[in-house]
Design a protein around this ligand. Sequence first.
Ligand code: 7TS
Length: 404
Amino acid sequence: MQVYLDNNATTMTDPRVVEEMIPFFSEMYGNPNSLHKFGTSTHPALKKAINQVYDALNASDDDDIVFTSCATESNNWVLKSVVSDLMNGSRKNHVITTEVEHPSILSTCKWLEEKGIKVSYLPVNEQGIVEAHTVKNFITDKTAIVSIMWASNETGAIFPIKEIGEVCKEKDVIFHSDAVQAIGKIPVDLQDVHVDFVSMSAHKFHGPKGVGALYIRDSQFLTPLLHGGEHMGGRRSGTLNVPSIVGMGKAIELATTNIEDTMAKIKEKRDRLEDAILEIDDTFVVGDRQNRTPNTILISIRGVEGESMLWDLNNDSIGASTGSACASEDLEANTVMLAIGADNELAHTGIRLSLSRFTTDAEIEYTIEYFKKAVKRLREISSSFAKQQPTEGGEVQECELHHH
Ligand code: 7TS
C-alpha cells in the first residue's frame, strides 16, 4: 500500500479536473486574445471557470479575481505593491504580518525590509494564532498593509480572519490573507469577511499545479507585477493559461460543493489517526481540534527526530512531512513549533500528516500500524530518549505546547 499524507504540500489532481482540461491542450488551443474562432472558442470555458471561482468564494461582481501562476506570485504581488505605492507618493511604509507565514510572505517581507520598509512579525499564541486585538495594537498611521494567513500550512490552526478584517476596516488599513490552506478545507465566504486581497493556489485543492489567483475586493488598483500585452485588463500580462484556468475552476467547484460533508468525513479519519497516535507515550499534537483545518495534524514525538520518522515512514511507503516542504530539506527545528513555544528538542520532532478527500479508512489503519512501529524502532535506538526515561507518568496527552 502507498499512503499519501502530505496534502498540505500538494494534492492529486482530481481525474474530473484533468478530463475538463484535456480539450484545451489538443483542440481548443487558440490564444483567447486572438480574434479568430480558434481563440474565441475558449471564451465560454474561461467565463465558466471565472464564475466557478467567484461562486466558490462568494465574491461579488464588483470584485476582481486575477489568475496568477501560484500563491507565491499572488503573495509577492500584493506585498511588493507597498514599494510601488511608496514610489507613487504614499507615505505608508509599515507592514504587519506573523512569524508563521509561508516563506513566500516571509522572504518577500525580508526583501521589503531591505528596501526600507518596516515589518512587524507578530508572534502566535499557544494555539498557533494571532488575535485581532494584537493586530490592532500594532497598526499605526504608517501601516500600509496587514498580511495574515487564513489557516496555517503546518499546524492547521485557523486564524480569526473575520475579526482581523474588522480591525483593519475600522483602522482603514489594507488587509491581505494567504488562504492557500483554507480554500477547499473550510468554508471561505468573502461577503462575510472583510478582506481586500486573498491568495490561493489550485494544486492545494486537487487542481493543477502552476495556476493560482488573487482576489481583489472592489477591483481596487494594484500596480501590476507583470507588464506586457495587457492581459486580464492589464493587471497581469502573459497569454492566459487556458487549460489550467479551466482546471482551477472545476477544482474549486468540486472542493467547495458540500464542503461541510467532506470536512466531516475527513475530520473523522483525521481524529481516528490522531487518537491512535496519542496512545503512544509522550506524543503531543499542536493546537485544539476544533479550531484546526480538518485534514491536518502536527505531532511531536519526544525522542524521535522528525527527519528520522519521515524516512522510516517513507520506507513503508507513507508520505508525510516535517512541516513546510519548502523548509524540510534542512535539518533545522520547526520554526512554527518554536513560535508556539516548543523547546528546541521538541521542535526537531515535528511530523505533519495531512489528509485529503481521497484518503481511505484502510490507509489510516495502515498508517497507524506503521507509525507505531516506526516510533518504537526509533526510540529503541535513540540515546536522547533513553536518557529521559522513565518519564513522569508517561500518560497519553493532547496539549498545546507551552514555553519551557
Ligand atoms: N502559502 C501557504 C500557506 C502555503 O502552504 C503554500 C505552500 C504557499 C503559500 C505556496 O504555494 P505555491 O503554490 O505558490 O507553492 N505550502 C507548502 C507546504 O506546506 N509544504 O509544501 C508547500
